[in-house]
Design a protein around this ligand. Structure first.
Ligand code: NAP
Length: 401
């Protein structure tokens, strides 16, 4: 029976970062990595950003060959036996471990009508499919106005494609951006040539000869109409992959529950990345984060702790996005349910937005404002109460020496 000192389930950025973390501490322990994807680990953000602006596909691969990892690609782990410290793969082979990491990530949500014509954009294979589509066709429907929807729509439009976005909400990014910024984004996308069908949902997709007919329905009036496109991409959120953990009896609550050392409820089993729910002291609660910074920082720390370090994960992850010429960084909880204080240097072009709850700053959006993520993190860690007037002009801070 194959045995690994470190066995990792998942082949994303978290898994790759964990390998680095292990090797920072343990140069020789054996590492086995199981991934359902046929491709080795890679950076995901370029799939919806840089690769559409000239970055070469070769640059996305994570470099860890030197770490001597045994890769099991295109391979699904069927079950975990935490007592016998054993996993069984889809060939029925058992593998034993000293330490196990669940870096199982998430699976894109799907619409309730089964069609293979919709690209639920997440993996490099989805990128290849969309690239091939864009090379031969012109008109693409993008479903969803979140991170994937907005970035992929911008990427396609920048590559000369006709893009129609179908979004159930009234604005792009309506979960995180205040309404006026969302309305600005709607106009901005329209100016860039993107057709926006707001407060509409897709109710049917039908292949017809060379094209695809998308039936959409108004959220307000239920009036239905059809649009004809060459391809469809959807970004309607992900579900964390917690089933393996659940079946193994690990504690799961909206994510695989880990302590501050990233240990699950079973000894020697760790979890990190999109699937893991961890306690963040700045926010004073358990969160689950689906962004790159968390994948990299949490994966690395999980790897180090599996290799006998004893470090607390207290990092408050940041995230960022690029939309045509606009860009931002953000940290903490960006929720339009919070009280919002906007401090614009130039309206909708450059400024800082603070998200408050119970007189505390819970999140900060740095809109075209750079190198301020650490200062924003420190602000979120402060207990307050905050004087709203004093927040105006608080960021950007001069660089600390
Ligand atoms: P997302 O950012 O959660 O956005 C999904 C959007 O789709 C939400 O606005 C959601 O609305 C909407 N939606 C849900 N059901 C829908 C339906 N049936 N029809 C149309 N829209 C629907 O998720 P995502 O864009 O799919 O991204 C997937 C994951 O990748 C996320 O975890 C994201 O954080 C990550 N990602 C991050 C970045 C970045 O950090 N820059 C970039 C790309 C991807 P409701 O809110 O009403 O449910």
């Amino acid at each position: 029976m194959p045995h690994y000192n470190y066995l990792i389930i998942g082949g994303g950025m978290t898994a790759a970062a964990a390998v680095n973390g292990i090797r920072e501490v343990d140069a020789n322990g054996s590492i086995g990595l199981f991934s359902m994807e046929p491709d080795p680990p890679y950076d995901r953000p370029p799939l919806s950003k840089g690769l559409w602006k000239g970055t070469a596909l070769e640059t996305i691969w994570r470099q860890f060959e030197k770490h001597g990892v045994e890769l099991h690609l295109g391979c699904r782990v069927q079950s975990i036996n935490p007592h016998q410290k054993q996993v069984i793969d889809d060939n029925g082979t058992s593998h034993t471990f000293d330490k196990l990491l669940l870096a199982t990530g998430g699976t894109p949500r799907r619409l309730p009508f089964g069609t293979e014509q919709i690209i639920y954009f997440r993996t490099v294979e989805d990128y290849r499919r969309l690239r091939a589509l864009a090379e031969n066709h012109q008109r693409v429907c993008v479903i969803g106005g979140g991170f994937i929807g907005s970035e992929v729509a911008a990427a396609l439009a920048m590559n000369g494609k006709q893009v129609v976005m179908v979004i159930p909400e009234p604005t792009i990014g309506s979960r995180i951006f205040p309404n006026d910024l969302g309305l600005f984004l709607n106009d901005y996308f329209r100016q860039k040539g993107v057709e926006l069908l707001m407060q509409e949902k897709v109710v049917k997709v039908e292949g017809r000869a060379e094209s695809i007919v998308v039936k959409i329905s108004s959220m307000e009036t239920s009036r239905e109409r059809e649009i004809v496109v060459d391809g469809i991409v959807a970004g309607i959120g992900i579900q964390p992959n917690v089933e393996l953990a659940q079946a193994a009896g690990l504690k799961v609550e909206h994510g695989i529950v880990v302590d501050e050392f990233l240990r699950t409820s079973y000894p020697d089993i760790y979890s990190a990345g999109d699937a893991a729910a961890f306690y963040n002291p700045s926010l004073g609660k358990r969160i689950r984060v689906e962004h790159e910074d968390n994948a990299n920082s949490m994966g690395r720390l999980a790897g180090r702790n599996m290799a006998e370090e004893d470090e607390l994960y207290h990092h408050l992850p940041s995230f960022y996005s690029d939309l045509f010429e606009l860009g931002y960084e953000a940290v903490g909880e960006l929720s339009t349910q919070h009280e919002i204080i906007a401090d614009w240097k130039k309206p909708n072009q450059e400024g800082v937005i603070y998200y408050l709850e119970n007189n505390r700053v819970r999140g900060v959006l740095l809109w075209n404002v750079w190198s301020q993520v650490d200062a924003a993190r420190s602000l979120i860690a402060e207990v307050g109460p905050f004087d709203r007037q004093k927040l105006k002009g608080y960021l950007p801070r001069p660089p600390s020496k």
